[in-house]
Design a protein. Structure first.
Length: 118
């Protein structure tokens, strides 16, 4: 007995739009759990009616690409900021160590000042 796949026309149009945007029919059918034959039939039926859905999906894809580029740029900035922060922390530790060795009295004053400021 065949399984009947019932879904709203809007969903059918979205699936047809995915196929018309370049995805393989078999891939889209497998992704949504329906027969490739059914999806091909829907493509024939709704090919002319999916212009607005395709425009919407194209806009979403463009926004996705822009967001990915922005994310890549932000990650680059974050990594450079973390590198700079690590260098500053290392420089700070070296200077504290140098102060501790060269002037122990100043080091004690620094520690007292540091504990009072907390």
């Amino acid at each position: 007995m065949k399984r009947i796949f019932r879904c709203p026309v809007s969903t059918k149009r979205e699936l047809v739009a995915e196929v018309l945007m370049g995805y393989r029919t078999e891939f889209v059918a497998r992704k949504y759990g329906l027969s490739p034959h059914t999806l091909r039939r829907w493509v024939r039926e709704y090919r002319d009616e999916v212009g607005d859905v395709m425009a919407k999906k194209q806009e979403q894809n463009e926004q996705l690409v822009k967001d990915a580029e922005e994310l890549k740029e932000l990650r680059k900035k974050y990594n450079s900021a973390m590198k700079l922060l690590g260098e500053k922390e290392l420089e700070n530790a070296i200077l504290q160590d140098l102060l501790k060795k060269m002037n122990p009295k100043a080091w004690e004053e620094f520690q007292n000042w540091k504990s009072q400021s907390k």
